[in-house]
Design a protein around this ligand. Structure first.
Ligand code: HEM
Length: 452
């Protein structure tokens, strides 16, 4: 698996630990790559760490908007460019929401927004419930389940079925799309950390396999778009919204190529992030029986055995606070931005074109904001008076996560469905590591499932 191991202490293998300033966990090559590529005044705090000391102020920059510039420039300035990691992801997804910049990004964001309104989320929750129930029903008492893989498949199926709920995508195609995306992403996540691409052109078996998987994925997506175009029916799913979307200024629709990029983007954005959080949730519940007891009790009391609906979420207060802790501990490792203009900022001179690294993970482990940050403590969110930018698992501002409500719903539904049937315990003898590629997650995660 691509990615680097992170740990909570500051052992020999550790890239990151509790600290005040925020640091990017790094293996040796990434330390060099990160510092050199960033062209940024990093403060080395150890042989295997890159200290940024900037996560909190950068969080403010993510929100910042310039008032004086024309709308065009204002948008570009507000979001900045995104940096070389995104340039490399673009090879897979094209100019979808995650990678597009400037006015095309703003226009697509407006066009896609209706797909994430609460009425739509409510119908995706049916998909989430169905898929989670199928996964939970497939387990046998005492079985050792590779939970990290199971939740990745589940997250893939949820995205596939939310995109396309109709018979145009048979179950085997949905499973195949989810599989191909996960397989390609594993390689892409590892490669996106490396600036050089020459070795990717070597005829290695892994490179050939990835190329074949990418081609098959794109072919299946093209086929799906063609079927929907021919049928011209609103199936109430995400793909129907994409096809019907019109730009409010020009009235123009998205081309097939743009829709293709957005579908690929939703797979890329919605699977690894959510599955990392789900794996983190099951792992932490097994490690904290007291927390598990309270989550299970609340789910029972509020839901009385039924699947959660959208308006149940605010009533599941302890569960949501537990999930906040999970997103704090297992979120996105780093984001990147490229300065569009020269910036003078807190004594730092940042020339246009500079790539900035921002680590939500480091921010979420800042001891000034989160005392004892490695502890899972849902009650730390009671009477929370931290600034808004202290918690950014979904980033913020004009490039904040489009699927945030979708993700909250999915995490809650899957937890409710699985915990109503099963108690998960780490398999004896298994060693679980905290691994970071684009998100931090526990891996490998083999767990024994016991009937509850
Ligand atoms: C726990 C789950 C998730 C987390 C932690 C998460 C986090 C994030 C973050 C940090 C970003 C900003 C990335 C950047 O600036 O480069 C982002 C963007 C995005 N996310 Fe999520 N995400 C999650 C789930 C989802 C899901 C389920 C979907 C869709 C089904 C989704 C769709 C998107 C899209 C389309 C963007 C790009 C938004 C834009 O640039 O306008 N995400 N996400």
């Amino acid at each position: 698996m691509g990615g680097v191991e992170v740990s909570d202490g500051c052992s020999e293998r550790c890239g990151v630990g509790p600290h005040r300033s925020g640091a990017v966990a790094a293996d040796r090559s990434w330390t060099r790559v990160g510092a050199a590529q960033a062209g940024f005044p990093v403060r080395p705090v150890g042989p295997r760490r890159v200290g940024t000391a900037l996560s909190r102020p950068l969080a403010r920059l993510l929100r910042a908007r310039s008032g004086a510039a024309p709308a065009h420039a204002r948008h570009r300035r507000a979001q900045g460019g995104k940096g070389w990691v995104y340039d490399r992801i673009r090879a897979l997804v094209g100019d979808g929401l995650v990678t597009a910049e400037g006015p095309p990004h703003a226009m697509h964001r407006r066009m896609i927004q209706p797909a994430f309104r609460s009425t739509r989320i409510a119908s995706y929750m049916d998909v989430m419930n169905r898929e989670a129930t199928e996964m939970a029903r497939s387990w046998q008492p005492g079985q050792a389940v590779a939970v990290d893989r199971a939740v990745a498949e589940l997250a893939g199926m949820v995205v596939a079925r939310s995109l396309c709920s109709s018979a145009h995508m048979p179950a085997r195609t949905a499973r195949r799309l989810a599989f191909l995306n996960t397989s390609v992403l594993k390689v892409m996540s590892a490669r996106s950390l490396l600036p050089a691409s020459a070795w990717e052109r070597l005829p290695l078996p892994s490179t050939r396999r990835t190329t074949a998987h990418v081609a098959e994925f794109h072919h299946l997506v093209d086929d799906l778009i063609a079927r929907y175009r021919a049928d011209d029916t609103d199936h109430g799913d995400l793909l129907s919204v994409l096809l019907a979307a019109r730009d409010e200024d020009t009235g123009s629709a998205m081309t097939d190529r743009q829709i293709h990029s957005e579908i690929t983007t939703l797979f890329v954005a919605g699977i690894e992030t959510t599955s990392a959080a789900l794996a983190g949730a099951f792992y932490e519940l097994a490690r904290h029986p007291d927390v598990e007891q309270r989550v299970v009790a609340e789910l029972r009391e509020v839901l009385a055995g039924r699947a959660p609906a959208l308006d149940d979420l605010p009533r599941l207060d302890y569960t949501q606070r537990f999930l906040r802790e999970v997103l704090r501990r297992y979120g996105i490792w780093f984001l990147m931005r490229r300065a569009v203009d020269d910036l003078e900022w807190r004594g730092w001179r940042i020339p246009a074109g500079t790539t900035l690294l921002f680590s939500p993970y480091a921010l979420h482990h800042d001891t000034g904001l989160y005392p004892d940050p490695t502890r899972i403590d849902p009650d730390r969110w009671l009477d929370d008076d931290r600034p808004r930018e202290a918690f950014l698992p979904f980033s913020t501002g004009p490039r904040g996560c489009m699927g945030e409500s979708f993700a909250w719903a999915e995490l809650t539904v899957v937890l409710a469905v699985v915990l109503s049937r099963w108690r998960l315990r780490p398999a004896p003898g298994s060693v679980v590591r905290r691994v970071a590629s684009s998100s931090v997650r526990p891996e490998p995660l083999r767990m024994i499932v016991e009937p509850r």
